[in-house]
Design a protein around this ligand. Sequence first.
Ligand code: BT5
Length: 321
Amino acid sequence: MTTALVLSELIKADTYVSGSRLAKKAGVSRNAVWKAIERMRKDGYEIEAVPRRGYRIVSAPDSLRDYEVAAHLGTDELGSGLYCLDSIDSTNLFAKRIAREGAPHGTLVVANEQTAGRGRLGRTWESQPGTGLYFSLVLRPDLPPGDAPQLTTVAAVSVASVLRDDYSVDARLKWPNDILVNGRKLCGILVEMSCELDRIHHIIVGIGINVHAFVRDPGTDVSAIAVNLDELIGAHVQRVRLLASVLASTERYYRTWLNCGFAPILAEAKALSCTLGRSVSVSTPSGMVEGIARDLDLSGALVIEDSKGVYRKIYAGDVVA
Ligand code: BT5
């Protein structure tokens, strides 16, 4: 992966780096460095070459090639296996297929486009080419299957903290799996599991974030509720940078979850929740439940107080109003 090493050195330096220094750092010949630079130029990088100073990146394309993702990642375990796809039905489906064939913990699948992006309960996730970040992780935690639903919250807090800290966006969590900004949906999370009664085989964590504006109208339902990151910050976000930040954050929160349990993550989720304290209607598999959203419990369930003052725990559903 010479190109990834060369790119990574140029990104780190953020200024001119000589060909010989790049060759030394990457442990390759100067000719190999030159070939890597030519490849990047062909892929849309504007790279300046100044005699006696070296190479410098002037501008980068918004693409998600494997060497670009590898060059940006700063994680230890997440992304250790990497599939960067131009177009796929769904990164969750792809991740499931490779997980069944033994893909190791931490494998990352990212796609430029999904032709059948999936939401929960058979719903779809609008995934037009080049507009969003669509990725899935294969995780193999050594935990009881009952703990798996907590991963939706782990992922939500990981993404929301990047949106808040790095992009100054007021990201809020809508139970159970949405990230909203000013009531509009910026990100959706789909966690799926394969397990036995007492053992997790693998968990697929799928994350979709709207980064740029849709290239074609997705239809009234989605247009009315969706928002993208470019629009929120008034600038063009590079997806590979966002991906790297989200993965670093996810790795940190995932480790906290394994080492310290769910409580610290739940506390952050409660602080970021836009569901708690509100009067809500929740559509559940056993019908509609109405009341005040009082709490999130340690299993990730939403606790509702109904009009008679009775508390009910909702494990699955959608807050519809
Ligand atoms: C979700 O489902 O929000 C989970 C979305 C997960 C998408 C990622 S992308 C990478 C990975 N691979 C996949 O195939 N999926 C995951 P749910 O809570 O069921 O919400 C779905 C609803 O959100 C739809 O019925 C629409 O109303 C709305 N929606 C669809 N596409 C959207 C978009 N791009 N932005 C905002 N809202 C959208």
